[in-house]
Ligand binder design. Structure first.
Ligand SMILES: [Zn+2]
Length: 406
């Protein structure tokens, strides 16, 4: 088939007026001006009219488990208080609640034009009870071993086998040792080894809050006290930082997606200069919710890190819209261009999940994951029109299948 629209934004080269995309099966076969695509490709034409077609967005960090907690936890005095608050909410949730939460989250990300997402999943054993998602989802087994050992090899084997048996599920599994303050060095090392074995992404939270820095550097503060109270060994605290603690035991390479990285010392920047260039997931609105230390976007970008965007969960955000994340980032960092921010939500996200050659762009050989938004005659640039778009996406295609119609 051929999809025609007023503008096509391929994210490689410039936007194309009167553009078209040829799709064969679930793959993009050609992109260009309508007359050229029509001359080279057969099939029915779907004319989307006055729309801008762009690649589906990629959410590199979210927790669908907590979709039902929207508006339930107000900003707290400290990050540790927020952890206590979410733990008490979680204690009241049943398996059915989590299943409903994941379903509601999948529907919401789709509504806002996300076609691929990395979901940190605390209950991967619930997967068989969830309907097949209408988009690409990487289910990252989120693991905490403060109180008891996690059978990480068994969990990974089960997830691997489950995805082998369900090829109709787009995406796959991944690993997420929770954070250096809740996951042991052994758990991190095992997750790294499994990620290499299965060629899957691995992610974690690191250096998110001031209290996390205080814990590792000074061996005190509310997060230190909280973890002491639940029995964590704290002999790794007092002379490190969250980032140096993470990298002490094993290499963090290009398979890793580190979420947050707000709290970095000059010593950390020395390590980062020499480090392998992993990926960084930044969550602008969750960052604002917590009032974290400013994220050093420009400095990290200059060092060569691939920075992508995530929404985090609705326990610290108000929606799962990456359009809102792009706007918040532009508000905080007005020196970035809308085009660059859209690159973070498409191309960079694809790179982070190891799919730079098949997702995040409209290009021959790439997956047919597309969204369309109305193209208003406002005189603004096409990238301005995209990042300012609010509302529900009227047309979505994932893997060559149209999910909703105009
Ligand atoms: Zn998170």
């Amino acid at each position: 088939m051929i999809i025609r629209s007023r503008i096509v934004v391929p994210m490689v080269g410039e936007p194309i007026n009167n553009g078209a995309i040829a799709i064969v099966g679930n793959v993009i076969a050609g992109v260009g001006r309508f007359e050229d695509v029509k001359a080279n490709h057969g099939g029915d034409v779907l004319d989307l009219g006055e729309q801008i077609v762009l690649p589906g967005l990629i959410n590199a960090h979210c927790h669908l488990d907590y979709t039902l907690l929207r508006g339930q936890i107000p900003p707290q005095k400290s990050f540790t208080d927020w952890i206590r608050a979410i733990n008490s909410h979680k204690a009241a949730l049943s398996e059915e609640d989590y299943i409903a939460s994941i379903g509601a989250g999948l529907a919401e990300v789709q509504k806002f034009g996300t076609t691929s997402l990395l979901n940190l999943e605390a209950f991967p054993e619930l997967l068989p009870r969830i309907s097949r998602p209408p988009l690409r989802a990487w289910w990252c087994a989120e693991m905490i071993d403060v109180r008891e050992r996690v059978p990480v090899h068994e969990v990974s084997e089960n997830l691997h086998n489950w995805f082998e048996a369900h090829p109709e599920w787009l995406g796959g599994f991944a690993l997420a040792p929770h954070a250096p303050f809740t996951a042991s060095a052994q758990l991190f090392a095992a997750a790294a080894e499994i990620s290499r074995k299965y060629h899957v992404p691995v992610t974690t939270h690191v250096a998110e809050s001031r209290e996390e820095m205080q814990m590792f550097r000074d061996a005190n503060g509310s997060l230190f006290d909280f973890l002491k109270s639940i029995g964590r060994q704290l002999d790794d605290c007092g002379s490190s930082t969250p980032f140096s603690s993470l990298t002490r035991g094993h290499a963090v390479d290009e398979r890793w997606i580190l979420a947050h990285l707000n709290e970095l010392t000059e010593g950390d920047f020395d390590l980062l200069t020499r480090a392998k260039k992993f990926h960084i997931a930044h969550c602008p609105r969750s960052h604002a919710f917590f009032g974290h230390t400013p994220f050093e976007l420009r400095r990290l970008q200059t060092l060569g890190f691939n920075i992508c965007l995530g929404t985090d969960s609705l326990a610290s955000n108000s929606s799962l819209s990456l359009f809102s994340e792009m706007r918040e980032l532009l508000r905080k960092e007005p020196w970035i261009s809308p085009r660059e921010v859209l690159t973070m939500a498409t191309v960079n996200g694809a790179h982070a999940i190891g799919r730079a050659d098949s997702l995040g762009r409209i290009s021959p050989g790439f997956c047919a994951d597309l969204i369309a938004i109305p193209s208003a005659e406002t005189g603004r640039s096409v990238f301005d029109a995209i990042v300012t778009f609010e509302g529900t996406i009227p047309w979505v295609m994932v893997n060559g299948d149209t999910l909703s119609l105009l």
